[in-house]
Design a protein around this ligand. Structure first.
Ligand code: ATP
Ligand code: HSE
Length: 296
């Protein structure tokens, strides 16, 4: 196996995991993108970042996109090279918008682009490798496939896409503070009550129905008892906002591990004005394309 191309550009969407009851399983891709331009070189690896993460993330071999790209080349049996990366990032870091999964999927799809043989690093392999980086597949699946996805872990990570009903919209409320996923996961209880597990299983089934054909069921379908309230101490304002919005009839959930809030509906200008200042309000459309090779 050799590298057929010496440069490529790829794009990956931001993602919201969980969507309420679908902890570690459901995910949704947004039209907010990171773009990575990569060039194989004979020199040392270098990374330039503009936008989110600039001046914060590493600029060499330990950069997450570089690590994932190298894992992809290794999996495919392709040769390693020096890498020059230019990252133009719009996905905020540490906000529950899938930045780390986006970086990993970008690196793996960039490896696929350089190799030039899609079968050498097919979607199944990308999802499996991304899940090894992430520990769970719920952000990587929509980042790779676009739309809404349900992911699950067996002997290997798997995912299926679900077609989202045109009446389902997404509003994202992003605070300035960050919460690392590992901290949010540390806040979860080791065991849960059977009644809560049964509650979420039913609501997650309902969520598939609401997202695809019964948007009228979205309020009940986004109720959760497994993770959001357990994490309240780590993101008090976000969990309080979810409850406040739900009392007003809006299907609000914590986006991924938080602290961003996702509303699976449009919010009107009045509410947007009320939230402005404390929350950055975005109305991304759903990304139905997933990771894309833009050029090579
Ligand atoms: N584009 C990127 N390039 C390099 N490193 C990144 C990039 N995006 C994320 N990271 C790394 O991942 C960290 C954030 O990962 P973390 O899992 O805590 O949050 P998240 O992925 O934004 O949220 P969530 O998983 O809840 O959606 C960053 O602090 C940075 O170290
Ligand atoms: N399902 C994950 C998503 C964040 O990576 C969590 O809530 O911890």
């Amino acid at each position: 196996m050799r590298l057929l191309y010496d440069q490529a550009s790829v794009r990956v969407p931001a993602t919201s995991a969980n969507l309420g009851p679908g902890f570690d399983a459901f995910g949704l891709a947004h039209r907010i993108h990171d773009v990575v331009h990569v060039r194989a070189t004979t020199g040392a690896t270098a990374v330039e970042v503009t936008g989110e993460g600039a001046g914060e993330v590493p600029d060499g071999e330990t950069h997450l996109v570089v690590r994932a790209l190298r894992a992809g080349l290794e999996y495919a049996g392709a040769p390693q090279a020096g890498l020059h990366l230019r990252c133009v990032n719009a996905i905020p870091h540490g906000r529950g918008m899938g930045s780390s999964a986006g970086a990993v999927v970008a690196g793996l799809v960039a490896a696929r682009a350089l190799i030039g043989d899609p079968d050498a690093l097919a979607d199944g392999a990308v999802l499996e490798l991304a899940t090894e980086f992430e520990g769970h597949p719920d952000n990587a699946a929509p980042a790779l496939l676009g739309g809404a996805t349900i992911a699950w872990m067996g002997p290997e990570a798997r995912a299926a896409r679900i077609e989202v009903h045109p009446e389902i919209a997404a509003t994202v409320l992003i605070p300035t503070e960050r919460l690392a996923t590992h901290r949010a996961r540390a806040a979860l209880p080791r065991t849960v009550a059977h009644a809560d597990a049964a509650f979420n299983a039913g609501r997650a089934g309902l969520l598939t129905l609401a997202l695809t054909s019964r948007p009228d069921l979205i309020m009940a379908a986004t109720e959760d008892r497994l993770h959001q309230d357990h994490r309240a101490d780590a993101m008090m304002a976000s969990v309080a906002l979810v409850h406040r919005l739900r009392e007003r009839g809006l299907p609000a959930v914590i986006s991924g591990a938080g602290p961003s809030v996702l509303v699976l509906a449009d919010v009107g200008p009045e509410l947007e004005a009320e939230l402005a200042g404390r929350w950055r309000v975005l109305h991304p459309r759903i990304d139905r394309d997933g990771a894309q090779i833009l050029a090579r």
